[in-house]
Design a protein around this ligand. Structure first.
Ligand code: ZN
Length: 131
């Protein structure tokens, strides 16, 4: 397994991680197979979505904030229940096919680390499985 560290910049922060994941896939020498991108966190997520218009991730942040407001009379003592709920809505991993040593993402797709309780230092774990 490979991993890298990420510094998020604000409470909610979508960060493109294609380059870091692609670099680790190259390091492993994986040519044909599948790579899993997983995060060991309960208040962040991983998703794949549009990379061309930054308004798309901004709108996703807005929709998630509307669906799960930060203040909600929640019970959890840490006060970050909204981040936990968003993390479960988005999920903590993604799989991408690798062919020719490259991530097979669509033209308009990127992998995003989704911070919901930042700023924090975060880990991303990457594991390739050969075909
Ligand atoms: Zn918590």
């Amino acid at each position: 397994m490979k991993q890298f560290t990420l510094q998020t910049r604000s409470r909610t922060d979508f960060i493109k991680i294609d380059r870091q994941v692609a670099d680790l896939v190259l390091e492993t020498g994986l040519a044909e197979g599948v790579v899993t991108v997983f995060i060991p966190h309960t208040t962040a997520g991983i998703t794949i979505n549009e990379n061309a218009d930054p308004d798309v991730t901004a709108d996703m942040e807005l929709v998630l904030d509307r669906a799960v407001p930060w203040e909600g009379g929640y019970a959890h003592f840490e006060g970050n229940t909204a981040a936990h709920v968003k993390a479960s809505m988005v999920g903590t991993s993604a799989q991408v096919i690798v062919s020719g040593g490259k991530l097979q993402l669509g033209t308009w797709q990127s992998l995003y680390f989704c911070e919901f309780d930042g700023p924090r230092t975060r880990q991303v774990w990457v594991k390739g499985i050969s075909e």
